[in-house]
Ligand binder design. Structure first.
Ligand code: GLN
Ligand code: ZN
Length: 781
């Protein structure tokens, strides 16, 4: 029989129970036993859902108090020595210290899990790392499930993926050199599972979807040969992209089964079937583990039926990846209408979809005729609904010409036109947009949303805040002020709420890292902008000052990237629709007299595909979408863009091709390292490399900023250099914001004086506080 399973289930809980429990524990409000009980309840509930839906096994090992990579390190006993913890007797408190740091040690670094918005903790390895075993939580949870009567398939992150994603802490050290040691550790774990009577073990090796170096690829066969006699059957799982480059490796690898992602890469199925051995399981990931759409089950079945003919019982059905990346339960969404809801499926609903497919394969389509008919109906309504398809939007995108994604003149000509009216001093100063979001601001916004604050009063409150922010900037002497973004909760949601084609869920939370969750908007239909979104606020702000007010928008790529995106048309198409909506706003701002406009694109880099060979295609359409949004204005209007915590070195030509007049970036924490690439590449337009870190309340002294300005002047000519903080200030308090900006302006004055006197700016390096990387930026993503 074809079996049904999942690679993992979201652990946060339908009501984010895990988040709230963990945070209460951190605050000392609940005891460890209470936290443990909440975790236990959640695990049991999620297993029960899997069983009730009709999956053949429930998956364990997918639970974590903070992160599954940290869990794996704790299980293997490979914790960074700098903490001095004994992995075998690791306490929950110590586990959280690894994740969040303690008074002596910064936390493990955090980084994105492949191309998802989930962030894992990066294990630290060096030549001395041992894998002598650690805490037994993994085995405890397995036993817990079995004692509750579930048939279980434990899931582990595979040895090669673990090594590959870890960070080497000693120089000149090759992580692969640890392979023989880590193999022993995994074998011990597998043997222990065998002794406990476990039949199947899931072992995740998603790095196979990357363009792997040969050394890594060639490590698979020998390593997995070591597990062949461990006494369990291994299901090696891959996801997020095609592994077609490795069909022969996967067909011959000594594992009992392989899982592939047929949502991201449906075309790889044929290649795999062509070489697939009779006795090996192929788990088909056909239900989307990364998105919220209900599957077109008939279409999925058609895809699976050929495979079934060839593979028989060796064909298994699943979701493309762990369901970790989807919200938990659609049933809670009481504010979506039935039609829209019929188009969606969250993790719990996806369990049912998997089982419908399994039953159709095992018992014939007739056995699930009702479910298939309902799915057909939803799919048909999605194809034709007027709520989704707006011919005007489609036509507008189709009518885009080359001229629409290009400013009228080249940068040099535009720069002259802009200088002529802007008349800014050398090293102009600005900020990235948001100012501190005080409790009063949040309260006013929430009250307005609830209907408890009448619109006029809300507008008055926001205007008062704008005035406060503008006055402060005047007093500080910033050259290009902003209105402060008090009216915005989130830089994507704010726009999504005003654009058509978007909807919002009440509980569509997805774990981003640790206890942090995000609730992305859902783009379900063609996107257009019914009315101006920011113009009145900017116009009001401009009325308060004679300085050029900078308008503030979120760019099309970032809006796309931070939303659940429709799967019935290419991402590129959706992105161009958003680009046109933003373009309309840009043009309206210009018409309202706002002639410096920033279009934020902090998510531009994270859209890069996993395989480098796919980068150019992405960069081409993403860059075009940005230019479409920015190119409706005259030469004299200055377009800024902003990107945070990005590494640009490998995509600088694409950044330059966006052709923003000014780009502001985060550089202070890397001590301007990033900038060297801009210098070598000779970035043609203006740049504002952040001169102070906004991620902590620390107020950097004038000299420290001056030193960064001097470094920047080494690579960027003074006439193209801007001075600004690293990112928006919304997570900061007022006292440190004012103090830091005052220092930034003092540093700028000194730098200007040096330039005026033709003197080279030389600044002594002061003692450094530590510049360790921290993930979270002001944007909350
Ligand atoms: N304008 C936004 C702000 O200042 C930019 C934030 C971001 O790019 N992450 O908050
Ligand atoms: Zn930023």
């Amino acid at each position: 029989m074809t079996a049904a399973h999942v690679l993992g289930f979201p652990r946060i809980g339908a009501q984010r129970e895990l988040k709230f429990a963990v945070e209460s524990f951190w605050r000392g409000e609940i005891a460890e036993a209470e936290l443990a009980a909440i975790g236990s309840t959640l695990r049991r509930r999620h297993w029960q859902w899997q069983k009730d839906a009709g999956l053949d096994v429930v998956t364990t090992g997918d639970f974590a108090w903070y992160d599954q990579m940290l869990n794996t390190a704790a299980l293997l006993g490979a914790l960074p020595a700098r903490f001095g913890f004994d992995a075998k007797s690791l306490t929950l408190k110590q586990y959280f210290e690894l994740a969040r740091g303690n008074v002596d040690q910064p936390a493990l670094e955090m980084t994105k899990w492949f191309d998802t918005n989930y962030h894992y903790l990066v294990p630290e390895l060096d030549a001395d790392t041992r894998f002598d075993g650690g805490v037994d939580w993994f085995f405890y949870e397995l036993e817990e499930a079995r004692s509750q009567g579930y048939d279980v398939k434990p899931a582990l992150i595979g040895p090669l993926t673990f090594l590959y994603l870890a960070k080497s802490k000693s120089t000149g050290f090759d992580k692969l050199g640890l392979a023989s040691r880590i193999v022993l550790a995994y074998r011990r774990i597998l043997e222990k599972l065998a002794a406990q009577g476990v039949e199947w073990v899931q072992i995740d090796e998603p790095i196979l979807a990357l363009e792997l170096d040969l050394a890594w690829r060639d490590a698979f066969a020998p390593i997995y040969r070591e597990f062949a006699h461990a006494g369990v059957k291994l299901l090696l799982t891959t996801y997020f992209d095609s592994v077609a480059a490795h069909t022969d490796l996967l067909a011959t690898l000594l594992v009992a089964g392989v899982h592939v992602d047929l949502v991201r890469a449906p075309q790889q199925l044929d290649a795999l079937l062509a070489v697939w051995p009779q006795d090996k399981v192929l788990s088909a990931g056909v239900i989307d583990g990364r998105n919220i759409w209900a599957a077109d089950l008939s279409a999925k079945l058609a895809q699976l039926e050929t495979a079934k003919t060839k593979l028989g019982d060796k064909l298994w059905v699943s979701a493309s990846s762990s369901l970790l990346h989807t919200p938990v339960d659609l049933a809670q969404e009481d504010q979506l209408d039935a039609e829209l809801k019929g188009w969606l499926a969250f993790a719990k609903q996806k369990l049912d979809e998997i089982v419908v497919l399994k039953r159709a394969l095992n018992e014939g389509r007739a056995a699930v005729a009702t479910q298939l008919a309902a799915s057909d109906k939803a799919a048909a309504s999605r194809r034709s609904s007027a709520r989704i398809h707006n011919p005007d939007v489609g036509n507008r995108v189709a009518a885009l010409t080359a001229a629409d994604s290009q400013r009228d003149s080249i940068y040099a000509v535009r720069a002259d036109a802009q200088r002529a009216w802007l008349k800014l001093p050398v090293l102009p100063t600005t900020t990235i947009g948001s100012f501190p979001q005080t409790r009063e601001i949040r309260a006013a916004r929430a009250a307005f949303k609830r209907g408890a604050l009448p619109e006029e009063q809300y507008v008055a409150a926001m205007q008062a805040e704008i005035k406060r922010v503008v006055d402060k900037q005047e007093a500080l002497g910033l050259d290009v002020p902003v209105h402060g973004e008090a009216e915005r909760n989130d830089m994507v949601e704010y726009f999504g709420e005003q654009l058509s084609g978007f909807t919002f869920t009440r509980f569509g939370w997805v774990q981003s890292y640790g206890s942090r969750c995000v609730k992305p908007p859902v783009i379900f239909g063609d996107v257009s902008r019914p009315a101006p979104m920011t113009v009145e606020w900017s116009r009001y702000a401009q009325s308060l000052t004679i300085k050029p007010m900078k308008g503030m928008l979120t760019g099309p790529v970032t809006i796309l990237q931070w939303s659940f995106v429709r799967d019935d048309q290419p991402r590129e198409q959706t992105c161009l629709q958003i680009a046109l909506a933003i373009r309309d706003e840009v043009v309206d701002l210009e018409r309202a007299g706002i002639k410096v406009i920033q279009i934020d694109e902090p998510a531009f880099r994270e859209g890069l595909p996993l395989k480098r060979s796919d980068w150019d295609t992405y960069l081409e359409w993403a860059g075009r979408a940005f230019r479409v949004s920015a190119s409706g204005v005259e030469d004299a209007t200055q377009i800024h863009t902003h990107m945070c915590y990005s590494e640009f070195n490998d995509i600088l030509p694409a950044i330059a091709a966006m052709d923003a007049d000014v780009i502001t970036i985060e550089t202070s924490r890397s001590d301007m390292k990033l900038l060297e690439a801009f210098g070598t590449f000779q970035y043609p337009n203006e740049i504002g490399p952040g001169v102070y870190d906004i991620h902590s309340p620390r107020v950097p002294p004038v000299n420290e900023m001056l030193r960064l300005i001097a470094k920047a002047l080494d690579v960027v000519p003074a006439e193209r250099l801007w001075i600004n903080p690293d990112c928006g200030l919304k997570t900061r308090g007022w006292p440190e914001t004012e103090a830091a900006l005052a220092n930034m302006l003092a540093a700028t004055r000194e730098a200007r004086a040096a330039i005026a006197e033709g003197r080279k700016l030389v600044v002594q390096a002061a003692e450094h506080g530590h510049l360790h990387a921290e993930h979270a930026c002001g944007c909350g993503h």
